[in-house]
Design a protein around this ligand. Structure first.
Ligand SMILES: Nc1ncnc2c1ncn2[C@@H]1O[C@H](COP(=O)(O)OP(=O)(O)OP(=O)(O)O)[C@@H](O)[C@H]1O
Length: 155
């Protein structure tokens, strides 16, 4: 293994750089042996988030509703892609937020740490920002067409 492919950290005691892990991922407890098994673990993550995270469930339902509404309102392919991308971004942020919370809890356990607070608050902020972007997409693409439909039938 070439030295430049190794994760390295400075050894502060004698100023040398020493490897802490290689590309073989020696520190990992287990490495997925195949692509299929990798998908299985990824699906386990989605399942875990859905079963344990209320916000993830809400975003799944809202995203599915927005997608169905887009089909019902005959949004163009580009508009549907934007709705799909923003929904996917929100769900991905929720999953990363859940992953980061777990790593923080694993690290500091039930003790208070200012850096743990920053990490969790920023991860939650990432979800919030992506959700606001999704709301603005819904406001620009879905609501005007929905309003036209309601106005045409009821007013
Ligand atoms: N170990 C800790 N040290 C300092 N502050 C913490 C710690 N754990 C949690 N907090 C604070 O409490 C808040 C809520 O923590 P929690 O683990 O419920 O995250 P959350 O993002 O609100 O969870 P969820 O996404 O499930 O709603 C965090 O945003 C952070 O401000």
């Amino acid at each position: 293994m070439p030295p430049d492919l190794q994760a390295q950290t400075p050894d502060r005691t004698n100023g040398k750089v020493v490897p802490i892990a290689t590309l073989n991922r020696d520190l990992s407890w287990q490495v997925a042996p195949s692509l299929w098994i990798s998908f299985k673990y990824a699906w386990a993550g989605v399942r875990y988030a859905f079963l344990t995270q209320r916000n993830f469930r809400i975003h799944v339902f809202v995203g599915t509703f927005a997608f169905c509404l887009g089909i019902f309102l005959h949004l163009s392919a580009v508009e549907m892609s934007v709705v799909g991308l923003t929904t996917g971004a929100v769900l991905a942020m929720e999953l990363l937020n859940t992953a980061l919370e777990s790593v923080v809890d694993l690290t500091v356990k039930q003790t208070y740490h200012e850096l743990a607070k920053i990490a969790k608050d920023c991860a939650a902020a990432a979800v919030l920002i992506s959700s606001l972007a999704a709301v603005s997409v819904a406001g620009s693409l879905l609501l005007p067409k929905l309003w036209l439909l309601i106005a045409a039938h009821l007013l």
